[in-house]
Write a protein that binds this ligand. Structure first.
Ligand code: UT7
Length: 330
């Protein structure tokens, strides 16, 4: 259990997905794949794709506005904006600073978190601590991705998986006994090569050669990440639940990272939590990296499936390879 000076929690959620739907059937005409393979191997049926002139901050802004409206909070009252993303508008300034300007959140500090699919939960843990310490009172935490911009549309092993989306939450001090109860964050850098964009950074700066070799797109060893995902989700959930001082049967809703239905199924079996408590929306959105958990959380909240006092488990894995699992009491 985390001993907070001030309990920090989520007071409202919001999300946004671009209107353009890309179906498995359309992908059949782009790469050597089939609707049947994608459905049975991943559970994905369709995903959303941002317009060619849209950037991550555009998606983030729409999700931020939805969360602020739901919270009844004016952007001018925000102390902090944090965006988890692996698809920033550009290297710098950070995407949070672009969103801060667009929201006219003039008092807010702003920074990005670049971890990967786990970034949103890392963001909740970081901002939760800043609120618990009393440093900040009202913060916006987002996961936002325009993954279609870094997807290699010639690589059938990865391009069928990803989609674009943004999710946002407003965080603030909450009632005693509510909010963030515990988390387990971690990283195993020994498998860092399993999921990366090889070029464009300081190790391999952009050149004609890196562009010709398609090294600015996401590359992935799918089966390696799959094995890591099941193991890390299960182990980190056990750690986080124990740290919260509760047991698995007390978990009312699980919001897992939406990467592959088979990963969620395997984690559900190992954790012995009833399957119907696992939220699944990857059939409609695919894997939206850092946006996947806040998007699913927002949908679940808006469907009225989360009630005050419920224990919520958020569980994610991704590049690093990293994991981030959190227990909240709503
Ligand atoms: O957010 C974190 C990011 N990443 C992930 O979460 C990914 C985790 N990994 C996965 O979800 C799965 O590993 C994948 C869905 C990526 C792949 O599924 P898999 O069951 O592990 O398949 P595989 O990579 O072992 O490939 C099996 C076969 C191969 O053909 P051969 O060598 O057996 O003839 C692949 O070439 O499936 C083939 N294949 C495809 N076939 C049709 C790979 N992608 C496709 C495709 N369509 N899109």
């Amino acid at each position: 259990m985390i001993s907070n000076l001030l309990p920090a929690g989520i007071i409202a959620t919001g999300s946004y997905v671009p209107p353009r739907v890309l179906t498995n059937l359309e992908l059949e005409s782009m790469v050597d794949t089939s609707d049947e393979w994608i459905r049975t191997r991943t559970g994905i049926i369709e995903r959303r794709i941002a317009d060619s002139d849209a950037a991550t901050s555009d998606l983030a802004l729409a999700a931020a506005r939805a969360a602020l409206e739901s919270a009844g909070v004016d952007a001018a009252d925000l102390d902090l904006i944090v965006i988890a993303t692996v698809t920033p508008d550009m290297f710098f300034p950070c995407t949070a600073s672009i969103v801060q300007q667009a929201l006219a959140a003039s008092r807010a500090a702003a920074f990005d978190i670049l971890v990967g699919c786990t970034g949103f939960v890392y963001g909740l843990a970081t901002v939760g601590s800043l609120i618990a310490s009393g440093a900040y009172r009202c913060a916006l935490v987002l996961g936002a991705e325009a993954l279609s911009k870094i997807t290699d549309w010639q690589d059938r092993g990865s391009c069928v998986l990803f989609g674009d989306a943004a999710g946002a939450v407003v965080m603030a001090p909450v009632e005693q006994g509510h909010g963030i109860l515990s988390y387990s964050l971690g990283n195993d850098g020994s498998d860092a090569d399993a999921l990366k964009i090889p070029a464009g950074g300081s190790r391999m700066p952009a050149s004609e050669e890196t562009v010709a070799k398609r090294l600015h797109y996401l590359t992935m060893n799918g089966p390696e990440v799959f094995k890591f995902a099941v193991r890390s989700m299960t182990e980190s959930a056990e750690v986080a639940v124990a740290r919260a001082g509760i047991s698995m049967k007390d978990i009312d809703v699980v919001i897992p990272h939406q990467a592959n239905l088979r990963i969620i199924d395997a984690a559900a079996r190992r954790l012995n939590i009833p399957y119907e408590r696992f939220i699944r929306n990857l059939d409609r959105y695919g894997n939206t990296s850092a946006a996947s958990i806040p998007l699913a959380l927002d949908e679940t909240v808006r469907e009225g499936r989360i009630h005050s006092g419920d224990h919520i488990l958020l569980s994610s894995f991704g590049a690093g390879l990293s994991w981030a699992t959190m227990v909240l009491r709503w």
